[in-house]
Write a protein that binds this ligand. Structure first.
Ligand SMILES: Cc1ncc(COP(=O)(O)O)c(C=O)c1O
Length: 377
């Protein structure tokens, strides 16, 4: 049987990884500035993470959501403490798309509306409502297109108002820093205005923190810089450092009832162990502070680069926008310099999403490689 061929693959086969390095089947060592697409938060195979998951699988790996699971309670308390998001409630699932799907569904249950407002260049996942709220017609199948979604430009508060004032929008879903789209971000004035409009017109505000959450931007969540209170916050990638886990934080104004949401695998014991280990390491190793320190250093070094148009993003969710398409540069970085980076919908933008354990020495290696390559372009 062959594999359903949906991924354009680099011809590299990782067989092991440690902290910020990945080793392939030829024992070549790669500097991982991609973090497996913003997933590796506390570093590959962190000893505390390995220990916690190993111990858990040796005792109880899984049981369903029909029994008491104190690990879910422990996880909710730990997220509350570290994020400072007080009094929200936690529902656990398995991925980013599933988190957003549940967020949208819950909003619709709450206010009995069905229209979604989303933003141009957004990405929210590939499930039914999440993909319909994603600004990429190529991945929206006819079965998804039946959803009622309007897209407006990020930053256009007037356009948001025109849609919301009709009174039929169930939720606004937004990435405070766009990931796949290319690291674009609006202003605090826009985000606060958006939050106010949502309240005025009875629309729920969903913060998609799937990529930006769990410390990646130097704050626990990217929206926190703007001093707003979303109704629902979705999380996934960095949450399990590679173990599949997602979740939503739900404001207490939204009430739970039996059967409203559900999942077989979501919030299982092993997934909780993985996420608890992530939170403990984030806290003990002060990785959010590190994200800020290294980000500052990265930006100061990157400013010296030729052919650079702009530096986008925050913390360790960064983008280098050049004045040429970066596809070949990215390949040279991988195959000549053994450095993984990411691409975006914006063809000129190189994405930097390393483990939050990265040091200044790693940044130096990357900048030197980049300078060498830029000489040839
Ligand atoms: C902002 C955002 N939301 C949702 C998703 C979907 O997450 P998943 O691939 O885990 O379903 C992604 C994935 O890249 C994302 O970046």
């Amino acid at each position: 049987m062959s594999l359903f061929n949906v991924y354009p693959l680099f011809d590299i086969t990782p067989v092991k990884a440690k902290d910020i390095y990945v080793f392939d089947s030829n024992n070549i060592k790669y500097l991982d500035l991609y973090g497996g697409h913003a997933v590796i938060s506390i570093g590959h195979s962190h000893p505390e993470y390995v220990k916690r998951i190993s111990e858990q699988v040796n005792t109880l790996g899984f049981y369903s959501n029909s029994i008491q699971n104190p690990m879910q309670v422990e996880l909710s308390e730990k997220i509350e403490n570290l994020s400072g998001c007080k009094d929200y409630e936690l529902f656990l699932c398995n991925s980013g798309a599933e988190a957003n799907e549940n967020a949208l569904k819950l909003a619709s249950f709450h206010n009995s509306r069905k229209k979604i407002l989303s933003f141009k260049n957004s990405f929210h996942g590939r499930t039914s409502a999440a993909v319909a709220a994603t600004d990429n017609p190529k991945i929206v199948a006819p079965i998804n297109a039946q959803q009622d979604v309007e897209f407006v430009a990020l930053g256009d508060l007037e356009a948001v108002k025109k849609v919301l004032e009709k009174g039929d929008v169930c939720a606004v879903i937004i990435e405070y820093i766009q990931g796949v789209g290319g690291l674009d971000e609006s202003t605090t004035a826009f985000y606060q205005g958006l939050s106010k409009l949502c309240k005025t017109y009875g629309t729920l505000l969903i913060a998609d923190e799937v990529q930006s959450g769990f410390g990646r931007t130097g704050d626990f969540f990217a929206f926190q810089k703007h001093n707003i209170t979303p109704d629902i916050i979705s999380m996934a990638k960095g949450m399990g450092n590679g173990f599949p886990i997602g979740g939503i934080l739900i404001h207490p104004s939204i009430k739970a009832s039996f059967g409203l949401l559900g999942t077989t695998f979501g919030g299982n014991h092993l997934a909780c162990a993985a996420s608890l280990a992530v939170l403990e390491v984030l806290e003990n190793e002060k990785l959010m502070q590190n994200a800020n320190t290294i980000s500052e250093y990265f930006v100061s070094k990157a400013q010296e680069l030729p052919k650079l148009k702009s530096i986008k993003g925050r913390g360790l969710m960064l983008g280098l926008e050049f004045d040429f398409p970066i596809a070949e540069l990215r390949k040279s970085l991988i195959f000549k310099h053994h450095i993984f980076t990411g691409a975006a919908k914006n063809p000129n933008l190189l994405r930097i999403l390393p483990p939050l354990t990265i040091t200044k020495a790693h940044v130096d290696v990357f900048i030197d490689a980049l300078k060498l390559e830029l000489k040839n372009i």
